[in-house]
Design a protein around this ligand. Structure first.
Ligand code: AKG
Length: 419
């Protein structure tokens, strides 16, 4: 008797890294390409609004999630009942944990128990997925990347009547060196002046970060005449010293539709006000990122449990706690706990392939170019999209790899690869 052994099918080829990074939760996300105008807007005014970046299906998922969370319906909330509180004593920065509001309350009262919850991407798969949303990362990659480290998440529920957060700068709370912090604020509800949309002091991104006169906070203390500030984030301008600095700038209200995303750097002064409506929520999913080549000692929470050992004992570097979202880094980084596709799940080779930018060869010191030699000696138009019609195009510009050069052309010591 002969036994036929079925040949084992080879495992399916892994999809190319680019496609894998764009597929999150089984859904493929079309790339978003930032324009030059958007890049300039981000630099000039300190923030950028990208309309409709997150689609309606994702917003519906986020909204349903916030409703379940406010009603205490998530399985993760069940074992953590919240105590009764005097809600009138709470400020715009009072944060809750992953707790269930007291059972006996009405649905409206339960919702009033929440203003904001931080760092749920370390506990809930859904939050990790929105922290690593491919289209949000597309924008970050272009404006502050290309190497992007995902550090923090906050879910703002802000039901009717709840206070906003007064003037502040985000790098005061989350310092990175070099300072490259950037926030991405996803509107889950439409928002305007009445329900507490964000305000920005347009142009204040050029201000240093003002350090605290006491308590938690960081700032540019090396500047000779920097002022220490009190009351940062206090919603009443009379008690918030940053209000005097914000008053030097145009203060711009950023109304948004659900799915719009607001990007803002760590120095820009911004605030939100009370939700003055009786019946509209102002929910937002907010994440903070830095360039993955920046060093940070900011941990974002307890450093025990799964985080133990991620902090460098000598330098106190905490990069190893934060997720590499795009690109690569020579510094440590974490993998996503729930396995969301992002740069951290790629192999080192795949990451490197995506981050080889350009090469310049060390050339002849007598050439008058200080030892630097253009990899493509014929390249004369490194700014224009289209070269002028009469621009000489040499063999180096036409052949994109050294192998493709005609045999009689001298090989350059290095060739810029254009992808
Ligand atoms: O959404 C808000 O009300 C404030 C958000 C904010 O200031 C921030 O994310 O830094």
């Amino acid at each position: 008797m002969t036994t036929t052994v079925a040949a084992t099918a080879p495992p399916p080829a892994a999809p190319p890294a680019d496609r894998r990074l764009r597929t999150v939760g089984g859904k493929f996300y079309e790339p978003y390409r930032v324009s030059v105008a958007e890049y300039r807007t981000f630099r000039e005014q300190g923030f950028l609004v990208v309309r409709g970046l997150v689609d309606a299906e994702d917003i519906a998922e986020l909204r349903q999630h916030t409703e379940d969370l406010m009603q205490g319906r998530l399985p993760e909330q069940k074992s953590n009942p919240m105590g009764e509180r005097d809600l009138s004593k709470e400020t715009g920065t009072t944060a809750q944990g992953l707790e269930a509001p007291p059972e006996h309350l009405s649905p409206e009262e339960k919702a009033q128990y929440f203003l904001r919850i931080h760092m749920l991407h370390r506990k809930l798969e859904l939050h990790e997925r929105y922290l690593l949303h491919p289209r949000v990362l597309d924008v970050l990659e272009a404006i502050m990347g290309p190497d992007v480290l995902a550090m923090q998440t906050m879910l703002f529920l802000k039901p009717p009547g709840k206070p906003g957060q007064g003037w502040h700068q985000d790098s005061y709370y989350i310092p990175t060196h070099p300072d490259s912090l950037c926030g991405a604020w996803i509107a889950v509800d439409d928002c305007d002046e009445l329900n507490g949309a964000m305000w920005f002091a347009k142009g204040s991104q050029h201000e240093p970060v003002y350090p605290p006169s006491s308590g938690y906070g960081y700032g540019d203390r090396r500047l000779a005449d920097i002022r220490e500030v009190g009351g940062v984030s206090h919603p009443d301008d009379r008690h918030n010293d940053l209000a005097r600095i914000a008053d030097r700038y145009d203060q711009v209200l950023v109304s948004a539709k659900a799915g719009d995303v607001v990007f803002f750097g760590g120095h820009i002064l911004h605030r939100s006000k009370t939700n003055f409506t009786a019946d509209r929520y102002r929910r937002a999913f907010v994440s903070h990122y830095c360039n993955a080549r920046s060093f940070t000692q900011w941990t974002g929470g307890p450093t025990d449990g799964p985080n133990a050992g991620a902090i460098d004992p000598e330098t106190k570097m905490a990069n190893g706690l934060h997720i590499l979202a795009r690109g690569d880094s020579h510094l440590p980084f974490a993998k996503p706990r729930f396995g969301t596709n992002c740069a951290a799940i790629l192999t080192a080779e795949e990451r490197r392939a995506a981050t080889e930018f350009a090469a310049r060869a060390m050339g002849d010191m007598d050439s008058g170019m200080m030892g630097m030699e253009d990899a493509d000696p014929y390249a004369t138009d490194d700014h224009d999209d289209e070269p002028a019609a009469n621009t000489p195009r040499g063999p180096y510009s036409q052949a994109r790899t050294a192998d493709a050069l005609p045999a009689d052309v001298p090989r350059p010591t290095a060739l810029i690869t254009t992808r």
